[in-house]
Design a protein around this ligand. Structure first.
Ligand code: NAD
Length: 257
């Protein structure tokens, strides 16, 4: 969609972790709805490649969202832009292991990116939104934040924290005209899930296909979500007036079938 009729025409979005995976798909959906998009991440080559692949509406900045100084520098460098959509998508999966095998450093690393990163980005970009009395934040959580997966304690706990941060912050800035919501995708087809299935197959002595089937049977759709569906969900949420403090599932987690 292009031109003045596009729902996000004239708006600029910032997508963390926009250089790959879901972040790139979300960027693509925002562009299709007429937004300009700034993507951030740690890997400059990925960012550059994605920006040039997606076209002239995308620019990029290198930023580690877990680092307060880098997030402050990012906000300074974008002070001239009116960022009115913030998608906190950057996230890491962390170790797959029983709790007793997880180190304090593993724990801190997952929380630094998945939770502190969301906190720092919100703290940096919300003041301009509340001053204008308009803006939308979407945090990418996970169904693992509600229906935990065994041996992924730091990841599940971090995504639960993202949902908690979302609902709390929504009540703080909603009255000032800014919406805060989270999106919780079930397993999404792509390299991250493929890695999971390989690990699970190795651990259980099953085949890759069996590991995939066991995992996917625990999600409501009984299949993996596509990256395009995640992008479409983000833009759909931005078209829902009054949505604030919500966490939306894409293929909710089920009790094992
Ligand atoms: P991915 O690994 O392909 O992408 C994550 C992106 O975040 C990468 O571009 C990476 O460079 C960036 N990133 C990592 N640490 C960063 C940091 N400190 N600062 C800035 N950027 C950083 O993973 P993905 O599958 O696209 O996941 C994106 C988000 O969706 C994550 O928050 C993930 O937890 C969530 N999610 C993924 C799935 C899935 O099945 N893939 C399901 C539910 C939720």
């Amino acid at each position: 969609m292009t031109g003045g009729t596009a729902p996000l025409a004239g708006r600029t979005a910032l997508v963390s972790g926009g250089g790959s995976g879901l972040g790139a798909a979300i960027t693509s959906a925002l562009l299709a709805d007429g937004a300009r998009v700034v993507i951030t991440g740690r890997n400059e080559r990925n960012l550059k490649e994605t920006a040039s692949r997606l076209g002239p509406g995308v620019s990029h900045r290198v930023c580690d969202v877990s680092d307060p100084a880098e997030v402050a520098a990012l906000a300074d460098s974008l002070a001239g832009e009116e960022i009115s959509v913030l998608v906190n998508n950057a996230g890491i999966a962390g170790p797959v292991a029983p709790l007793t095998d997880i180190t304090a450093d593993d724990w801190d690393e997952v929380f630094a990116v998945n939770v502190r990163g969301v906190f720092l980005m919100c703290q940096a970009f919300l003041p301009a939104m509340t001053a204008r009395g308009a803006g939308d934040v979407i945090n990418i959580a996970s169904v693992s934040g509600k229906r935990p997966l065994l041996r992924r304690t730091p990841y599940c706990a971090s995504k639960m924290a993202v949902i908690g941060l979302t609902t709390t912050l929504a009540g703080e800035v909603g009255p000032l005209g800014v919406t805060v919501n989270s999106l919780s995708p079930g397993p999404v087809s792509g390299p991250r899930m493929a890695r999971n299935f390989h690990l699970e197959a190795e651990r259980t002595g099953s085949s890759y296909e069996e590991a995939e089937a066991a995992f996917v049977s625990r999600s409501a759709l009984g299949r993996m979500v596509t990256e395009e569906e995640v992008g479409a969900a983000v833009t759909a949420m931005l078209r829902m007036p009054g949505l604030c403090g919500a966490d939306i599932d894409l293929s909710a987690g089920m009790v094992a079938r």
